[in-house]
Design a protein around this ligand. Sequence first.
Ligand code: NAG
Ligand code: NAG
Ligand code: NAG
Ligand code: NAG
Ligand code: NAG
Ligand code: NAG
Ligand code: NAG
Ligand code: NAG
Ligand code: NAG
Ligand code: NAG
Ligand code: NAG
Length: 812
Amino acid sequence: MALCFSFIFFFLCNFSHSSIAQHLNFTSFNISNSPWKPTQNRILLSQNSKFSAGFLPGSNSRTQFKFSVWFTKAPSDAVVWSASSKAKPSAAIVFDSSASLTINSTGQLLINDSSGNQWTPGNSSTNSSSATLILNDNGNLKFGTWESFRFPTNTFLPNQSIDTQIKIFSQNGKFKFENSSNLVLSSTSDQYYKTPWGLKSMDEDGKIEMENNFFLTSDFGDKRFRKLVLDDDGNLRIYSFYPEEQNHWKVVWVAIQQQCEIKGKCGENAICMPEEDAYSSTYCVCPSGFIENPGGAEQEGCERRFKLTTNTKFLRLDYVNFTSKFDKMKKIDARNFTFCEATCKSNPKCLGFGFKYDGSAYCVVLEQLLYGYWSPGTETALYLKVDVSEKESSNFTGMTEILETTCPVQISLPQPPKDSNTTTRNIVIICTLFAAELISGVAFFWSFLKRYIKYRDMATTLGLELLPAGGPKRFSYAELKTATNDFSNLIGKGGFGDVYKGELPDHRIVAVKCLKNVTGGDAEFWAEVTIIARMHHLNLVRLWGFCAEKGQRILVYEYVSGGSLDKYLFRSRRVVPVKSSEEQEEGATPGHDPAPVPDPNTEQKPILDWNVRYRIALGVARAIAYLHEECLEWVLHCDIKPENILLGDDFCPKISDFGLAKLRKKEDMVTISRRRGTPGYMAPEWITTDPITSKADVYSFGMVLLELVTGIRNFEIQGSDMNSDEWYFPGWAFDKMFKEMKVEDILDTQIKHCYDSRSHLDLVTRMVKTSMWCLQDRPELRPTMGKVAKMLEGTVEMIEPKKPTVFFLGGE
Ligand SMILES: *[C@@H]1O[C@H](CO)[C@@H](O)[C@H](O)[C@H]1NC(C)=O
Ligand SMILES: *[C@@H]1O[C@H](CO)[C@@H](O)[C@H](O)[C@H]1NC(C)=O
Ligand SMILES: *[C@@H]1O[C@H](CO)[C@@H](O)[C@H](O)[C@H]1NC(C)=O
Ligand SMILES: *[C@@H]1O[C@H](CO)[C@@H](O)[C@H](O)[C@H]1NC(C)=O
Ligand SMILES: *[C@@H]1O[C@H](CO)[C@@H](O)[C@H](O)[C@H]1NC(C)=O
Ligand SMILES: *[C@@H]1O[C@H](CO)[C@@H](O)[C@H](O)[C@H]1NC(C)=O
Ligand SMILES: *[C@@H]1O[C@H](CO)[C@@H](O)[C@H](O)[C@H]1NC(C)=O
Ligand SMILES: *[C@@H]1O[C@H](CO)[C@@H](O)[C@H](O)[C@H]1NC(C)=O
Ligand SMILES: *[C@@H]1O[C@H](CO)[C@@H](O)[C@H](O)[C@H]1NC(C)=O
Ligand SMILES: *[C@@H]1O[C@H](CO)[C@@H](O)[C@H](O)[C@H]1NC(C)=O
Ligand SMILES: *[C@@H]1O[C@H](CO)[C@@H](O)[C@H](O)[C@H]1NC(C)=O
């Protein structure tokens, strides 16, 4: 019987295969096309051929099929929908090769196979034999009133309504997106992310409309394939398809920047850690006093080595955050640490408490340790209750490092000594001030921390991912004309356009930049500006508004009073203009005077000491890392050079002009670098045919870092011994540092006298080593910007770099 059946089956199969439809694609499917079998190799195409539907064989099996919808022309990750069981919506039904799709005479559609797998569109309410299955141009599979857009699996497509009733699941079933805004753990419904406004739908340009007319943009325009996917790691991402870049689905937006904030990455008591280099992956560790849970294969949990007795102490874990079930977690209004600690101590059920040192009275007492993760963003220390016998050592330290690393102190540095042959007196004065600065750094810690937190909160609530409609303020041309007093106070001139100083009616001082050579229409300009404006970081110049009127393209920035870094670094040197036939390709930076006229103010800029230089380097590195890692790749080409690093009140560095390169074509940028023909700040790949990635910025940063140490402009030839074509600044510095072991030779002569090898050697070595890594000519050898920041902090181990070579001469 079975044999007979399979014979008939084989016959039918062969029959339909050979005579009815030799690979004819359906444009619609009705009763007369039934049955449709996987072996027929037929697909249902949308009219525009963009989407296909049909039986899709498993990746390594010709006998297992899913009934799916996919992007016809995307070679990988193309599937956007699959028929799945109602009981387990995350799991696509796997049919065997006996499967068939039929529409019967009462208009019912059924897919089934001989192993008993079945699927029917739940709610199709058709009852006529003329019912047809069609695939719309936007990828919506329709049968009667049923449509796949109402029952998505893990993907939303452009034009698909993201209704509050609709849920999507990650393919592994672990995570769920619901109520058009919440990401939750399927098993416990614990929420780990919420969009500030409910999402409504994505359009073809990749712009997501939200409630109340708020928008979210990613890589706007270009009519690419796009999809919004809940991935198996629990993150929600927008992907754009780049056929021109090896058919790559590029992530252009991601809901959660820090993977470890996704709940369920690790089990109870465990702490989730981000992987050093791959920001998308994580691992779990157990805190002191705990060992890995032997049973927990799925979720690596941890359990206590010994049961807690009354004989306990607290172990401090910096930047660690634990949460627990609502009823096992209490927020306590504790004015001070002692009180917070005492509360936990006196409660035998308390397992630890979280405390913030910023005076915000944040104290959370925990009776359960769930969803632990490490992230500096938490600014919390967790005090874990452990047995007194446990070692004191903790792998989670570094909280106080914030103190040295960002922009804490307002202090006036000494005027440079008139005579560069410094006297002992001068040395004493300068170095004493330097010490004073360190001390006041401690005093200013709290006020600084508060400000830092304010910025960070701003960033997470408004800035990072979402922006109100209109976002940056839209100014009229007339308003800006008034603010700048008819564009009378020119303070900068550069590649992107002229910069004027102005004052808004609310008395904010602004730098108004009139862009030139901007490509693209109003909508694109708006989209790009929106993206730039939503980037908030202490070390980025804030964009407050824009004007797009009468063909004008104007950006309104915060005014940074200190001027650009080059004025501080290259003071005593003759000004050697960058070779450029048509224009001075300098950053059009606020506070930057038209070059190359030597600026008399230059002489008045204070000299930056080692610590300030270090803080500038770190601030800039962090800001670029933020641009790369948090805002994703579309903010490349920050055009990093000293002209684009402005110094705020307390020498707090702020990067300007980031993101503007996006407003121009890449070809323009390349021509500029070719035209320059000087090894400046542009990475080798601008000249070779390699793709430009975030590593290009890493190179530029490395150059700036080296200039911070040496006080020498990289393309300025210093002295006759260096006056040769072979001379390459990074190579020279490398030899001095690692071959000749003469660090002093490369230090900025202006503050060499202040260099104390005991206290500065480590700092300076770290800066030089880091720059050597950044300046590797192969992009893949350069670290990511996040890693660079860590190298500067000294929180990762650094192996000896290779000597950077002169790329355009083909290396050494
Ligand atoms: C069916 O569609 C596929 C994918 O677009 C295409 O490669 C194939 O040529 C089509 N076959 C016919 C007969 O049109
Ligand atoms: C059509 O299929 C449905 C469900 O699969 C079934 O209930 C119905 O009886 C079928 N009608 C005919 C005429 O076979
Ligand atoms: C699918 O279901 C129909 C009716 O329910 C049945 O006649 C047919 O044999 C089934 N197909 C397979 C492959 O089992
Ligand atoms: C089918 O779905 C539509 C829209 O979701 C709904 O209005 C209708 O009541 C449903 N019908 C049945 C029979 O469930
Ligand atoms: C079923 O068919 C009858 C007559 O053809 C029609 O009146 C009725 O509205 C149909 N029901 C549905 C749910 O489509
Ligand atoms: C089914 O579709 C074919 C074209 O694919 C068409 O010729 C035929 O008339 C349709 N049959 C019914 C019952 O609608
Ligand atoms: C998406 O919807 C818009 C407006 O509703 C429409 O103009 C456009 O054609 C749709 N796109 C597709 C692919 O269906
Ligand atoms: C769903 O979201 C809306 C706002 O977008 C909110 O008012 C409502 O309470 C949410 N419902 C649930 C169950 O979370
Ligand atoms: C701390 O880190 C070191 C090195 O990474 C590791 O060997 C050790 O097991 C860690 N200790 C704890 C308690 O996690
Ligand atoms: C700490 O705060 C508590 C109340 O919150 C108060 O009673 C206590 O005196 C404070 N201790 C110190 C040292 O300030
Ligand atoms: C700790 O994590 C929870 C949930 O992930 C979050 O709500 C809370 O704000 C975090 N606490 C801090 C201080 O970041």
